[in-house]
Design a protein around this ligand. Sequence first.
Ligand code: BF8
Length: 688
Amino acid sequence: MAEDTRLRPVKPAKAAKDPESTKPQKLADPERASIDLATQEMILRAQELGIETVFDRAESMKPCNIGTQGTCCKNCAMGPCRLPLPKSGIEGKDERKGLCGATPNTIAARNFIRMIAGGAAAHSDHGRGVAEVFMSAAHKETDAYKIKDVNKLLSIAPYFDVATTVEVDGRQLDRDIDEIAVEVGEKALNEWGKPEGELAYLKRAPAPLYEKWKKNGVLPRNIDREIVEIMHRTHIGVDQDYKNLIKQGTRAAIADGWGGSMLATDLQDVLFGTPYPLQSEANLGVLKQDHVNLVIHGHEPILSEMIVAAAQTQEMVDYAKSKGAKGIQLSGICCTANELLQRHGVPLCGTFLQQELAIITGACDAMVVDIQCIMQNIANVAACFHTKLITTHPIARMEQENVIHIEFDEHHAMEDAKRIVRMAIDNFKNRSAEVMIPKHKHVQIAGFGVESIEYNLGGMFRGSYYTLNDNIINGRIRGIGGVVGCNNARTRHNEGHIEVVKELIKNDVIVLTTGCNGIACAMEGLLTPETAAVFCGPGLAEVCETVGIPPVLHMGSCVDNSRILLAATEVVKAGGLGKDISDLPAAGSAPEWMSEKAISIGHYFVASGVYTVFGVTLPVSGAPVFQKYIFEEFEKLYGGMWDLEVDPVKHAQKMIAHIDKKRKALGIDKARQRILVDMADRRDMSAV
Ligand code: BF8
């Protein structure tokens, strides 16, 4: 299993041997912790070395029961006020109150929309960072970044009222690209703080959805304002009506999905290229014993794009060889990984829960992190090995002494990137521990987007969503499932992700994935066209085999959930499946969510008309009235609503039941019944 290079034994991690701890450290059972063999091997390896991981910490520390219910208020110093649901679960005349009189519904709604604010801020601030680099590129202040995808720039310009042609002598001529880029950049940046009006991208939504938002008073004015207003409204003594609180949460979530996240995706596509399908690999087995392993981790691809470029230069490859390595192996964790995968085919090293494990292989010569989903404990783990851990973003630093900070600046991005690559190469010879890289990895096809789905399903000459719609209408494809989101150490790693996705594709539901679900599916081998014959129902298998696509389409990082919104909009536009996203036979899911970003994503999907099921837990169970409002009554307002289902098969079946409800409403349920055949029928047919 392992390729061993014994140099010197690893020092046990301090965190694992806390002298002040009076309790024995509980260790995770690898098989109960993850379904993934590489992960199981590395959890065991960590335990052999005495290095604590998130899986062990999840055994030692249980979550707070009241926080889990969403009814702990710590918004002022009279609290925290803890309002657990009575053991009977029956509220009766609910007399639970905080010191100020806040009810469980007020507290749960406040906490919920503060999570939306956190998630929307993270996505949107990422988008702002991209917009600033975009402006530098448009102004030609940096050699490192250029406008790469002119077509994408021209396609988004009209949403900002930026002209792409100019009239000369009565004729319309193409306008200068640099001029367009500067104007788009200026108008895009304005979206974060413009003093009046509404977000420019809202009109990209189907007209009935836009009208619903308008009628319900949730059209976002600008991105920052909606997030700030949540913080104001949830301060003690401000908004005390759960319906009014979640209304602002809805406004901020829309500002994320149809604002900050969508801008991040579009501007990244213009700067770095719109993704098209490509082949790569996934899981810890992508690390190479005889190469310099440089692992990129986080969410913002701006510096990592330069690292890819730097690592591919002959100068760096020669330098790596001069130090005894066969080459440089780049790989990634979390959504920076998804970004570089979809544009360059950089392999995925692992999910959010595998970040410590990548270092524990002993083969990680440098890990470069930017923002979001970076566990503080990776610095403790890195201290047990030779790994250089490098933070690069001014807003995301680490206190541990072994962490190196190289602050990214777009004006010297290539120099920074080369410095980091050189640092990793120089560190190759310092591998101090036995290297143990699990063999497990899987081939994947990733890089799907709104444009590539149109091309893949419609063909070069009549690229359109009509083929997809046609196959939904005729029933070969039962519906669309958007399955996204994190891993959560409170549940078995990847089990929920994989079981939900397998149940969906078995029932002819095509899956669009992003984030850590995309990584999990890649690790499991679900992102290959060959998967279709093995796991899909006959209708979906037939479509995938004919067109040559996987049944699970990886659409990128978590900000790229905006691609799913736009793909759904294209399906509506192609016709035959209703007039709004809420009419589509489609449902959303985050089986193993954990981050505030997931709550913001979930809520903008709900507000866009999508029935959205979360796994693990949802912090609203202590406030049944508020929960009922977003689980049931929301459907009347937006067409979409929340749900919670911990069991992955039931989770998928709830999505399928919703899809079938929508098929019936569209009058296309009969078409599906006619072509329904099971595996035995298929065998009989092929025997004839
Ligand atoms: O933004 S899915 S664990 S990596 S938060 Fe984080 Fe969740 Fe993974 Fe990407 Ni998204």
